[in-house]
Write a protein that binds this ligand. Structure first.
Ligand code: ZN
Length: 514
């Protein structure tokens, strides 16, 4: 998505800017109404004797470039242009310039968010949504994690960690957002990826140790569990039993969490390897960053059964003993957290068990993380209340559905084609996700009226089909180009749409203004 700077277009821009009074004597004049058409007024910033601004060079607000006015513009790579008595360096939004910007304007670099009670992961699949997110959280008591992608999502969208981080940086610069924001290397499973993310400056690492969770022991018969447990070295068993059998953790809900031997045996077998793996991922990150430069999330949500309170206490205690400080833990909750639709299951049972997990997190001093958190309106009030507004919520794919909503509104015929493509590729795409749409409720593309097309985004079954097929659509070069072109031409509508949709999330969670 990197745009090249066209010198001629830049000169024409300068002439126009001078004529409209947006640029006076090589320095942008903020506040002029004309500035709104030519640059993003929120981006205006001063570094030493330079002024920096994000300007709409090509006329399309989604393909802007960085203009540096002043003597030190050479710090940024770009084309030096003089016109109408003014001069500026026009710089492409590439990785080198993003790195320089993060150095000279530290608010455009991500930071750790331990001091922020409510944090919300807003992973932006297309790299276009963040300005809408920033406009929303600017007025709310929530800190955004703007960059958030798993390796799987990188592959499916054909993007890199550099690109994901840079898109967030340019959005922050564009909006002049000066509060802390985060960047999450999401669902990382290997030390290599943790190191890559940390070295690039990611400030949150989500360790996904699901491959090391022994799901077979989760549901095995007690006799099989005890037999396998008996094969562990006697000294190791003695150590663990000495630590856990006498333990009783008293929560502020009045509950006490303890262990009996068969339960401890099962938890040890299911989780111990995974916790070893988590510790290794943490140490790899510390080594790469020359210290703990990131918030660490332990994700144990990919199990066959909901996480028991005792298993949660076990994981927290083990991490503490190993000096692995936790920012957040993602347990597997009761019920289903499927992509892009509301909670499926018994909300009262969720509430009881969630209350306990939230109290365990408080006891150990971290926050609960809720994954696949988009559109879970039934349980949001419970999440806000029971965590006493100390939580992390991850949403990601939902801004893709908002993008489709804009395409459906502006180019319904093209949206019909995208839906047909989603139907065709769904059988391959669904294997990556846990979803259970009712396919009898998924109509063929040809028969749909304009009303019917709009309805696809309100129907839980078709929402899921459209939600998980983004990779298949974006990997087709022509489809990719067309999707970006439509969104860029309607970018303000897209930003409004994500602002409105995530705003409903925060309202329902009880997260109001600052
Ligand atoms: Zn997850």
């Amino acid at each position: 998505m990197t745009n090249k700077v066209d010198k001629q277009a830049a000169a024409a821009w300068l002439e126009q800017a001078v004529a409209k009074g947006v640029v006076v004597n090589s320095v942008p004049a903020a506040g002029a109404a004309a500035a709104r058409e030519l640059l993003f007024p929120g981006s205006l910033a001063t570094v030493g004797r330079d002024s920096l601004a994000l300007v709409k060079l090509g006329g399309s607000p989604a393909a802007p470039c960085l203009a540096v006015f002043g003597p030190n513009g050479g710090r940024f790579a770009g084309a030096f242009v003089k016109a109408a008595g003014a001069a500026a360096r026009f710089c492409a939004l590439d990785h080198g310039n993003a790195n320089r910007l993060r150095k000279v304007l530290p608010f455009t670099a991500p930071s750790r968010l331990g001091g922020e009670p409510v944090t919300i992961g807003l992973g932006d699949r297309l790299g276009l949504a963040s300005p809408g997110h920033l406009r929303l959280v600017a007025g709310r008591a929530a800190a955004p994690v703007l960059a958030q992608q798993s390796v799987r999502e990188l592959n499916l969208t054909n993007r890199t960690y550099e690109d994901v981080l840079d898109a967030a940086t340019w959005a922050v610069f564009q909006e002049g957002y000066r509060r802390p924001w985060g960047a999450d290397g999401d669902h990382l499973k290997s030390a290599d990826w943790v190191q890559t993310a940390v070295k690039l400056g990611y400030t949150m690492i989500t360790a996904d140790v699901s491959d090391s969770i022994r799901k077979d022991f989760d549901t095995a018969a007690e006799s099989a569990v005890l037999e396998a447990y008996g094969k562990l070295p006697a000294s190791r068993r003695a150590e663990l039993e000495g630590r856990y059998l006498p333990l009783a953790v008293s929560l502020d809900t009045g509950e006490k969490i303890g262990f009996d031997r068969p339960q401890l045996a099962r938890i040890v077998l299911v989780y111990l390897d995974a916790l070893d793996a988590a510790e290794q991922l943490y140490r790899a990150g510390v080594k790469a960053g020359g210290g703990a430069t990131f918030d660490f999330e332990l994700s144990i949500d990919e199990t066959a059964t909901p996480t028991l309170p005792a298993a949660h206490v076990f994981a927290a205690t083990e991490m503490k003993l190993r000096d692995v400080p936790l920012f957040s833990v993602a347990p597997r909750f009761i019920g289903e957290f499927q992509k892009g639709i509301d909670y499926v299951g018994d909300a009262a049972a969720f509430e009881r068990s969630f209350r306990t997990h939230a109290a365990i997190a408080r006891h150990f001093g971290y926050r609960i993380s809720v994954h696949s958190g988009s559109d879970k309106f039934t349980v949001f009030p419970i999440v806000g209340r029971e965590t006493r507004k100390l939580f992390h919520l991850k949403t990601a794919g939902t801004n893709w559905l908002q993008a489709l909503e804009v395409i459906c509104e502006k180019e319904p015929d093209y949206f019909r084609q995208l839906y047909a493509c989603a139907l065709k590729t769904f059988p391959a795409a669904r294997q990556y996700y846990h979803i259970t749409p009712d396919m009898t409720n998924v109509p063929p593309a040809e028969s749909l009226t304009p009303e019917g097309l709009r309805g696809l985004l309100a129907n839980a079954d078709t929402r899921q089909v459209l939600h998980v097929t983004y990779g298949e659509m974006l990997r087709d070069a022509e489809v990719n180009r067309r999707i970006y072109a439509i969104l860029e031409a309607n970018i303000e509508a897209y930003w409004k749409s994500v602002e409105r949709h995530i705003g409903r999330h925060l309202d329902s969670l009880g997260v109001g203004g600052r």
